[in-house]
Structure formats: C-alpha cells, structure tokens
Design a protein around this ligand. Structure first.
Ligand SMILES: [Zn+2]
Ligand SMILES: [Zn+2]
Length: 240
C-alpha cells in the first residue's frame, strides 16, 4: 500500500510550521504525490492564521507543478464540540476540513466530555474528517463514534506523525483502524507535515495498517482513482 496524496499539512501560515505553499508542493512532488491538502490550523489556535487566510484560499492555483492543491483547514475542536469562531463566508473556499483536538483549545478532560465533543463534530457538515483521533490524551468511546461515521459522511484519519510524537498513539491508532475495518469506514492516511521535508512521510501508519490487513479500498488517498472519486463526490474536480 502507498499514498498518492497527503491531505493534512501545514505552512508558515501557522508559525510553528516552516515552509511555504510552494515548498510544500515541492515536497509533495519530490515524494511522487499527485495532490496535497494545505490544512492550516483554525484561528482559535494561539498561532493559527487569521480567518482571512481561509477566505482567500481560492487564489491558490488548483494545480502547481503537476500537483493538485486542495484548500483546507484543520479546525480546533473546542469544549462541547464547537469549532473555531469564524464566519461561514471565510470558509467558502475550503474544500477539505479536518477537525482535531489540541490542548490549547480543549484542555484534556474526561472520556465522556471527549466523546460528547466528537459526537457534535459528527453532526457538523463543515467537517470531512477526524484529525489524529489516536491522541491518547483525548481518550473517547471509539466504537460509539466510528460506528456512526458512515451515516454522517465522516472520514477517519490515521495520522502517521502521531506515532512519533504522541506516546501511546500506535495502540490507539491500531484500535481505531480495526474499528474502521469492522464498520467499513473510509480513512485517510496523512503526515501532518509542518515542513517540506516530511510531506508524504506515512511509513509508520502504513506499516500498522498492513499488519492488521486493512483493506486498501477503504484508504481514500491510496490511489488516484479513489481520491478523484471521493472529491468528485464532493463536487470537486481535482485533475484535468
Ligand atoms: Zn492537529
Ligand atoms: Zn495538523
């Protein structure tokens, strides 16, 4: 198994990331990817960009140097399951949205509080995927949430970066992937890269998925056809 697109990456618009859009595209091209999602943090993160970053995303060309660029956001899940405070208008250009827990916007709490927040996100039509749900600080009722993902059209992300930076993530991500397999929930495998050199680096995640015999057909970004089909389903033509 391999990926053809990395749908979760950050640019210098979030100041703890270090490459420009062009550099991230160059990183994707160097890895042989055909598409990249630029998903900077929502404005509620301390160093996230102003909401104007998102309202102007449509000036980024659809394709740069043969790599399709998907305009995205990584929302911060806030207490109760609210997302970043921003206008609907500023989100108009956004084509792919992840929603994730980050300590700065949601202090790790109880399993019930995390599950309740994720349940609210499940119903939020602005969100396409749960970002790094394997984070052990945000324990939740995995079966309860994952079993409902198809009903609400949500993807689950297996975030390869988590394996390296969040202790205990491997076990959680394995359990999440097993449940996605059980409930036939499509996933995306991403790097969460914050610099050009790590775009497309998802070996840890792929190794785990292979270990549990995860079906390739359920990995949206594992082939050009599957990726194209997913975005066409959202009314977006990525290629040609
Ligand atoms: Zn994140
Ligand atoms: Zn991220």
């Amino acid at each position: 198994m391999h990926i053809v697109a990395d749908l979760h990456t950050h640019t210098i618009a979030s100041t703890h990331a270090y490459s420009t859009v062009y550099e991230m595209v160059r990183g994707a091209k160097a890895k042989g990817l055909i598409a990249i999602g630029i998903t900077d943090h929502g404005p509620d993160m301390t160093d996230g960009p102003h909401e104007w970053h998102f309202s102007n995303l449509n000036i980024i060309p659809r394709e740069i140097d043969g790599v399709a660029v998907i305009r995205g956001i990584e929302f911060n899940i806030c207490p109760g399951g609210a997302l970043d405070r921003m206008s609907e208008k500023s989100l108009e250009p956004v084509e792919f949205a992840l929603a994730s827990f980050h300590d700065c916007c949601f202090a790790p709490s109880t399993r019930a509080a995390h599950t309740e927040a994720l349940e609210a996100v499940l119903h939020d039509k602005r969100v396409q995927a749960f970002g790094h749900p394997g984070n052990p600080k945000f324990d939740f009722d995995m079966e309860h949430i994952i079993s409902q993902c198809n009903q609400y059209g949500k993807l689950v992300e297996i975030n390869s970066n988590s394996f390296a930076i969040r202790k205990g993530s491997r076990e959680n991500c394995t359990e999440i992937a097993r449940l996605c397999k059980k409930y036939q929930v499509p996933i995306v495998v991403d790097s969460d890269s914050h610099i050009e050199y790590t775009v497309g680096c998802v070996d840890n995640a792929l190794e785990m998925l292979e270990e549990i015999g995860f079906p390739e057909e359920l990995v949206v970004n594992s082939s050009g056809e599957r990726l194209d089909e997913y975005f066409r389903g959202r009314g977006l033509t990525l290629f040609g």
